[in-house]
Design a protein around this ligand. Structure first.
Ligand SMILES: [Zn+2]
Length: 580
């Protein structure tokens, strides 16, 4: 799936040096920091200043007293006409409130941090499921399609519904009310807020994308402090923002080559998904690397079993000597379940042996549970987002059902024991809503006249789900009417896209203006919709509503009411007892 044009523009903007403004301190004001976790401390000063005029204090003392080292003074930051102080790998081991002040002799900036410890370890394992972009409507539609509903009553619950604890999660980042998957995942994996396109760092003002102040990930903490195994499982490219958030430190999520290197350095025990193009040297056809490094060979060289098909993955997992597994099943994003299992569209012909996310999770749990110290596993159903951007809700909802089946596997594992915390959430929402049904039998030429609202909606007539929870067809005569709140110019067809994933808009004669894709123009009864977001976007965007978190297992009782996304990190590290 192409990255939305707007995101590309944002990426480019991210590397342009920003105008120097008032003094800034990282970590930011009101940061919550896990006791003993590593972070980079940075003070960005307003202009080039005389080091003799600069004073920095932590709780009124010289910073080295509590942070262990003296920050380095940088006269002129690269690409910025201003001075800074930086201290890499700082840590605070005593819980409490910390007041940090920085002055250049003229103005003073003060921030407050809260350092928190954790009690004793209560969970051996944590499994975090991310439905990327999964909104309330995805969950409701998945329940309708998978379980069925008559007379207002569902005939069953999703595995992610049937969990005892639930909370709303706020998703906004440092820089914007609207998040992308990079900074929202960073909040889950580091407990610190970040900015759009940034992973495991506070986005600073220098153009270098790899020098920004870092914060430690749960992957690093779990391995460094307790020797746990870590797994990262997705059906997008493994370098994509959500999986990358488990290990990466970069201000630019598209630093794919470097992210592969960071995965290699992290030595996570299980890494599975698409995205092999950035593991292969540039001489190999299909490679997207800019150098000749062969990361498949490097992983193999440090003891990883390599799988490129479903069968190789299952065989590797079944072999009890496998404790490290790299599964790369596609050069780019894998295909969703609608195309893989039912329609054989998308890129299924090119990559016919992709595993199902459910089987990836089974394989990952088999391999990771061989570590006696326990494991942290992150599973992303990433195509929920990839399909929601182009308004292809049927594909997104089928992948929500797939996520739920994977959750059921994890719950089964957790039920046989009482030491595993399972969390299911999203990283941000999309603006879709269920407004009624579309009835092909209703009178009217235009499809919009066949929308049933209120009592005219009745219920959709999807067939009962198969044994895996999927309806055998989505192309029924009375189906859900789901529309998006934000969209480019496009033709609303009111029908599932059976010929392959929806492409709502394409570049017009002016490449900066995306126009409704004429391919759908002649479908009977379609409606052209004038977009309501900037014209350079060819897809819909993320939205700012809260997402739902459901949880079960030791530590899950803290999941209640409204939580910030950074609290999800805190719940996980508290369950694992990872604080000093
Ligand atoms: Zn997205």
């Amino acid at each position: 799936m192409r990255r939305p044009l707007a995101a590309l523009v944002a990426l480019l903007a991210a590397v342009v040096p920003t105008v120097v403004t008032a003094t800034t301190i990282y970590p930011i004001d009101r940061a919550q920091i896990l006791a003993g976790s590593r972070f980079d401390f940075k003070v960005e000063l307003d202009g080039v200043v005389n080091p003799a005029a600069v004073t920095v204090t932590v709780n009124g003392d010289a910073p080295e007293k509590l942070l262990g080292q003296t920050p380095q003074f940088v006269d002129r930051e690269k690409g910025v006409d201003a001075s800074a102080l930086i201290l890499r790998d700082a840590r605070l081991t005593t819980p409490g409130r910390y007041v940090i002040s920085a002055s250049d002799g003229k103005t003073t900036k003060t921030v407050t941090w809260t350092v928190y410890g954790t009690g004793p370890r209560r969970a051996k394992n944590v499994i975090l499921f991310i439905g990327d972009g999964m909104s309330v409507a995805h969950r409701t539609a998945a329940r309708i399609l998978s379980k069925g509903i008559t007379e207002g009553k569902y005939h069953g619950l999703l595995a992610m519904d049937a969990m005892p604890h639930m909370a709303l999660i706020g998703t906004s980042g440092v820089d914007s009310v609207i998040t992308d998957s990079a900074n929202s995942m960073s909040a889950y994996t580091t407990g610190h807020k970040s900015s759009v396109n940034a992973l495991g760092v506070y986005a600073d003002r220098t153009p270098d994308t790899l020098d920004d102040p870092r914060v430690e990930t749960i992957t690093s903490l779990a391995k460094r402090k307790v020797g746990m195994a870590v797994g990262v499982v997705t059906n997008t490219e493994v370098e994509d923002a959500t999986p990358a958030g488990m290990v990466a430190h970069t201000r630019r999520r598209s630093d794919y080559d470097q992210i592969v290197e960071m995965f290699y350095d992290s030595q996570v025990e299980v890494l599975m998904g698409g995205g092999s193009a950035n593991f292969l040297p540039k001489s190999v056809p299909g490679s997207r690397r800019k150098d000749d490094q062969d990361y498949v060979a490097k992983f193999r060289g440090t003891g990883y079993r390599i799988a490129t098909t479903d069968k190789e993955m299952q065989d590797a997992a079944a072999d009890t000597t496998t404790t490290r597994l790299l599964g790369l099943f596609h050069t780019g994003n894998m295909d969703g379940v609608l195309d893989r299992k039912f329609l054989h569209k998308g890129t299924v012909e090119q990559f016919p042996e992709q595993p199902d996310l459910v089987d990836q999770v089974r394989a990952a749990i088999s391999v990771l549970s061989r570590n006696p110290q326990g494991f942290v596993l992150m599973v992303e159903s990433g195509l929920i987002d990839k399909y929601s951007h182009p308004l292809d809700w049927e594909r997104a909802v089928m992948d929500t059902i797939m996520l739920d089946r994977a959750v059921a596997v994890a719950k089964d594992f957790a039920m046989q024991r009482d030491d595993t915390l399972v969390l299911v959430t999203a990283d941000h929402s999309h603006g879709l809503s269920i407004v009624g049904t579309v009835d092909d039998q209703a009178p009217g030429e235009a499809m919009r006249d066949r929308i049933g609202v209120y009592e005219k909606a009745q219920y959709p007539n999807y067939p009962a789900a198969d044994i895996d929870g999927y309806p055998a067809t989505l192309d029924v005569s009375r189906r859900l009417a789901i529309f998006f709140a934000d969209f480019p110019d496009y033709y609303e067809t009111f029908r599932p896209k059976l010929d392959g994933p929806f492409v709502p808009a394409v570049a017009g004669s002016d490449p900066k203006v995306q126009v409704a894709n004429p391919r759908y123009q002649s479908q009977p009864g379609v409606m052209r919709r004038e977009g309501n977001i900037p014209r350079d976007s060819n897809v819909g965007v993320h939205t700012g509503e809260d997402v739902i978190l459901t949880a079960v297992g030791p530590g899950a009782e803290r999941v209640a009411g409204f939580l910030d996304n950074t609290d999800v990190f805190r719940i996980m590290v508290e369950a694992l007892g990872l604080g000093d």
